[in-house]
Design a protein around this ligand. Structure first.
Ligand SMILES: Cc1ncc(C[n+]2csc(CCOP(=O)(O)OP(=O)(O)O)c2C)c(N)n1
Length: 370
C-alpha cells in the first residue's frame, strides 16, 4: 500500500504542485489529500479529463512546471484528443504526469462498464507512446524515471493505479455544500412515482443504481429505464436521441457533474428536442458517487444556462411536494427542465444492477415500441 500523504509530498518535493482532473473512486484518498493540502488555484476539479489536460498544458506554458492530471481510466477517452493534438511531442510537446485509476483491471472483478476500458487501459497508453509505470509501494525509482523522462523529452507520462493502492486518508476539510433536504434516492422515488409509464434515461453513478433498486423495491420491471452506467456526461445526448424516435415522454435524469462534463449536449438538446424531452438535473454540487468531491454547480446559474440553451420552461424543487407539482406540470407541457436540489449521501448497502447492460438495452427497446 502506498502512503497517500507521502506520495503527495513526494510530488510537491519534485516541484509538481499543480493538480487537476476528474475524481475517481480508486483515487478517492489521493483526491481528498490533494483537496486538503493544495489551495484552490493548485487543485482544479475539471469538467472532464480533456479539460484537465488542457489546464495542465496551460500551467506548463506559464510556469515550465509539470501538471498532475488525475482521472479514472474511463476518462482516457476524453483525454485522447488533447494528449495527441496538443501535448504530444509531434505537436507542442508538453510534459505532464497522468495519474490513472485502473478500473476493470483484467482478473479483478468490476462492473460491466469498466471491463473493456480496463482491458485497453495500458494498450491505449502504448498506442499514444505514453510511457507508464504501475504505482507500487517502491515508487521512488519509477517516479524519478518518469518525471525525468517527461522533463527531458517534454512529453506526457503516466502512473497507473490499481485498486486499493492508496492508504486511507481522513479528510481535514469536511466542508460540503448542502443544496437541499432530500437525499437523491428520496427525490428519485418521488419522481418515479409521478412519471408513471414514461421512459427514463438516467446518469452514471449512484443515480442509476438507486433507480434500479427503487424498481426492485416496488416490484416493477426495469424496462422503462436506460441506465447510462458508463459514458458519463452523455446522458442528455442519449435521451435526446431516444426522444426523437418515440412519441412517449423521455425523462433525462442527470447529475450536476455529468451535466458539467459535457454541457454542450444541453445546447444541442435545447435546440433540437421535441415536446417529449424532459430534463431533470440532480444538483447536489458534488461528484457524490465517487467520494463527494465538489463540482462548481453551487456557484453557476444552471437555470440561466438551461434557459439560454432553449429550455424556456424551467422548474426548481427541493421538497417532495415541489417535485410532485413540477413533474405534474412538466408531464403535460413541451420540452422543459427541472433542477432538483438534494443533499449529499447514499445508503451504505446500495446495490448494483443485477441485469446486464445488454438485457437493459433489449428490454428498454422492447418497451419503447409499445
Ligand atoms: C469519463 C468519466 N470520468 C469519471 C468517471 C467516474 N465517475 C463516475 S460517477 C462520477 C460522479 C458523477 O457526479 P454527478 O453527475 O454529479 O452525480 P452524483 O454522483 O453526484 O449523483 C464520476 C466522476 C466516469 N464514470 N467517467
Amino acid at each position: 500500500m502506498v502512503d497517500t500523504v507521502s506520495f503527495y509530498n513526494y510530488l510537491i518535493k519534485e516541484n509538481l504542485d499543480f493538480f487537476t482532473g476528474v475524481p475517481d473512486s480508486l483515487l478517492k484518498e489521493l483526491c481528498s489529500c490533494i483537496k486538503d493540502k493544495s489551495d484552490s488555484k493548485h487543485n482544479i476539479i475539471a469538467a472532464n479529463e480533456g479539460n484537465a489536460v488542457g489546464l495542465a498544458a496551460g500551467y506548463y506554458l506559464s510556469t515550465g512546471k509539470l501538471g498532475v492530471v488525475y482521472m479514472q481510466n474511463s476518462g482516457e477517452g476524453n483525454a485522447v484528443n488533447p494528449l495527441l493534438s496538443l501535448a504530444d511531442p509531434k505537436v507542442y510537446s508538453v510534459p505532464m504526469l497522468l495519474v490513472i485509476g485502473w478500473r476493470g483491471e483484467p482478473g479483478v472483478h468490476d462492473e460491466p462498464q469498466h471491463i473493456k476500458q480496463g482491458e485497453v487501459t495500458l494498450k491505449l497508453l502504448e498506442a499514444m507512446d505514453i510511457e507508464y509505470r504501475i504505482l507500487s509501494d517502491e515508487y521512488g525509482q519509477d517516479l524519478e524515471y518518469l518525471i525525468s523522462l517527461a522533463k527531458k523529452e517534454n512529453k506526457p507520462v503516466a502512473l497507473v493505479i490499481k485498486k486499493g493502492t492508496f492508504s486511507k486518508y481522513s479528510p481535514i476539510n469536511k466542508e460540503k455544500a448542502v443544496m437541499g433536504e432530500l437525499l437523491r434516492e428520496e427525490a428519485l422515488d418521488t419522481i418515479l412515482k409521478e412519471i408513471g409509464d414514461d421512459m427514463v434515461v438516467s446518469t452514471t453513478g449512484k443515480e442509476s443504481r438507486e433507480i434500479f433498486e427503487l424498481r426492485e423495491k416496488y416490484r416493477q420491471g426495469h424496462e422503462h429505464d436506460f441506465l447510462t452506467v458508463g459514458s458519463m456526461g452523455h446522458t442528455s445526448s442519449i435521451a435526446l436521441g431516444v426522444s426523437i424516435g418515440t412519441k412517449r415522454n423521455v425523462w433525462c435524469l442527470d447529475g450536476d457533474g455529468s451535466f458539467i462534463m459535457h454541457m454542450g449536449g444541453l445546447a444541442i438538446a435545447g435546440q433540437n428536442a421535441g415536446d417529449n424531452f424532459k430534463y431533470v438535473i440532480n444538483n447536489n454540487a458534488a461528484h457524490e458517487s465517487v467520494g463527494g468531491q465538489p463540482t462548481v454547480s453551487d456557484k453557476i446559474d444552471i437555470k440561466a444556462i438551461l434557459k439560454a440553451c432553449g429550455f424556456s420552461s424551467t422548474y426548481e424543487a427541493k421538497t417532495r411536494e415541489e417535485i410532485r407539482k413540477a413533474i405534474g406540470k412538466m408531464k403535460n407541457e413541451g420540452k422543459c427542465a427541472l433542477i432538483l436540489y438534494t443533499k449529499q449521501g447514499s445508503r451504505d448497502d446500495l446495490g448494483r444492477p443485477t441485469t446486464t447492460p445488454i438485457q437493459n438495452k433489449e428490454s428498454f427497446m422492447k418497451e419503447i415500441k409499445k
